[in-house]
Design a protein around this ligand. Structure first.
Ligand code: NAD
Ligand code: TYD
Length: 351
């Protein structure tokens, strides 16, 4: 038994690879393009594991994907690969269209051909799992009910629109060809190995370095935060027990304003390494089209599949801070090079 994971050198993918290999005997093939967000240091320790193989390549490369499918005969393909940062999608949307739409189309085409050639039992058992986001649903007012699986798609950023397009393709491949697909739409993740362009690791590393903590607009935007290992568990549950053709929302039941996030983080850091971190908070110009609020109604996955988040926000944040403090070499290798270029472009003149 083998599974093919794409994007397994990124934040969530790497956490998933570790948790999968920690609890399964199947072989795992990891196909990753190693963009700025992909990092083999996220997979340290697995190089000598006979159940693990890394392939450097693009999900849009049909010949490569075809060859991998034929050679390894996976029972499931889990697609984590994506361009994933909203601010980058605002600056340069082209890469999002290429990977999140064209890449997913090419991957689906090759998977369809492979799946159609399988024997009947293997066809029935095969799964294609698309890892998606709650951002496809657009934005909520403070009093709207949370997103459910039947909320209409209303993506607002190029990132969200590209993920929505991919989800629609996955849906169509199930309805048209019968491909046994599953889709998960998850809220904001945080935890080990997250590239520090995203809010929590950005604030954490800036705070430790005594740099400004940039908060877009007035800081009242709300996200529903989920610790990454809870997301990985949910994916495993959906893969094992999810109903074919269905989508499952995954969330942390942890709605926080960005101000609450930064204040909680500053208080936590002050306990560990005393200093006035709150004084570093700096309000900066808002993100264009900034979605006000995301919130997930995870009733379906809880009731059907028995999953719920284990970590509270306070526990998860403490674990995250601990991980970053214990991995200075990982941090140093990330914050040199491309990351400096991104920070200079995105936060130009603001610090
Ligand atoms: P990430 O940016 O940290 O990692 C993405 C990975 O995909 C990287 O390793 C990168 O090298 C790889 N990749 C990019 N383009 C590729 C291509 N064309 N072919 C092969 N590999 C490619 O992203 P993440 O935060 O780990 O997110 C993983 C998935 O989860 C994405 O699909 C994202 O949309 C989704 N998601 C993320 C969050 C979140 O809060 N981070 C929440 C919900 C859903
Ligand atoms: P982010 O981590 O980029 O995730 P997403 O945009 O996909 O939700 O941002 C989370 C929230 O934090 C979002 O409301 C934007 C805000 N934010 C800031 O206020 N400052 C920052 O420097 C960043 C990166 C994000």
């Amino acid at each position: 038994m083998t599974i093919l994971v794409t994007g397994g050198a990124g934040f969530i993918g790497a956490n998933f690879v570790h948790s999968w290999l920690g609890s399964h005997s199947e072989t795992l093939i990891n196909l990753d393009k190693l963009t700025y967000a992909g990092n083999l240091a996220n997979l340290t320790g697995l190089e000598t594991d006979p159940r693990y193989q890394f392939i450097h390549g693009d999900i849009a490369d049909r010949a490569l994907v075809s060859n991998l499918l034929t050679t390894h005969q996976p029972t499931a393909v889990l697609n984590f690969a994506a361009e994933s940062h909203v601010d980058r999608s605002i600056q340069s949307p082209g890469a999002f269209i290429q990977t999140n739409i064209v890449g997913v189309f090419n991957l689906l085409e090759e998977v369809r051909g492979y799946w159609q050639g399988l024997a009947e039992l293997a066809r029935d058992q095969f799964r294609f799992l698309q890892i998606s986001t709650d951002e496809v649903y657009g934005t909520l007012t403070p009093t709207d009910p949370a997103f459910s699986e039947t909320t209409p798609y209303r993506p607002n950023s190029p990132y969200a629109a590209s993920k929505a397009a991919a989800d629609h393709l996955v849906r169509a491949y199930h309805h048209t060809y019968g491909l046994p697909t599953l889709t998960t739409n998850c809220s904001n993740n945080y935890g080990p190995y997250q590239y520090p362009e995203k809010l929590i690791p950005l604030l954490l590393l800036n705070a430790l370095a005594g740099k400004p903590l940039p908060i877009y607009g007035n800081g009242t935007n709300i996200r529903d935060w989920l610790y990454v290992t809870d997301h990985c568990e949910a994916i495993q549950v959906v893969l094992a027990q999810g109903r074919v053709g269905e989508t499952y929302n995954i969330g942390g039941n942890n709605e926080k304003t960005n101000l609450e996030v930064v204040h909680t983080l500053c208080d936590l850091l002050a306990e560990i390494k005393p200093r006035d971190y709150q004084a570093l908070i700096q309000f900066v110009p808002d993100r264009p089209g900034h979605d006000l609020r995301y919130a997930i109604d995870a009733t379906k996955i809880t009731q059907e599949l028995g999953w719920w988040p284990r970590m509270t926000f306070e526990q998860g944040l403490r674990a995250t801070v601990g991980w970053y403090l214990e991995h200075p070499h990982w941090v140093d290798s990330i914050i040199s090079g491309e990351y400096q270029h991104w920070v200079a472009t995105q936060y130009q003149g603001q610090s």
